[in-house]
Ligand binder design. Structure first.
Ligand SMILES: [Zn+2]
Length: 125
């Protein structure tokens, strides 16, 4: 993945401005503690991560369509099955599994997308 693109910053959870500093104190997608704990500023370029009070509330509206992208295909697949018991045997466990597995990555990706919508990459300070 090429550095300098917004996709790089989002998928690597890096600062959108310098793409070196980490967005979260406990980095990675599958973490179980300090899930949304972010530094106040980028440790590398000092970009402010707390743009304004309540800024990350908007990340909820970004995570919602991501959730729809994951679960609507599963529900459509469920409708295509022959019976409701097939749905509960095969699709329902997948929905439960994805719900548990993807909650933290989706919350983090939504925050990274929101920051990338506000801040552009600059190669120099
Ligand atoms: Zn930075």
């Amino acid at each position: 993945m090429q550095k300098g693109t917004k996709l790089y910053s989002i998928l690597k959870l890096k600062c959108p401005r310098c793409q070196i500093g980490k967005l979260f104190n406990n980095p990675g997608f599958f973490v179980f503690s300090r899930i949304l704990e972010m530094p106040d500023r980028c440790p590398n370029c000092q970009q402010d991560f707390i743009i304004e009070p309540g800024y990350y509330t908007a990340a909820l509206w970004i995570s919602y369509p991501i959730v729809l992208l994951v679960f609507i295909p599963l529900i459509i697949l469920g409708f295509s099955l022959d019976s409701i018991s097939c749905f509960f045997k095969f699709i329902y466990p997948l929905i439960i599994l994805f719900s548990l597995m993807l909650q933290i990555p989706i919350m983090r990706i939504a925050r990274a997308i929101l920051l990338n919508m506000t801040i552009d990459y600059t190669s120099k300070r």
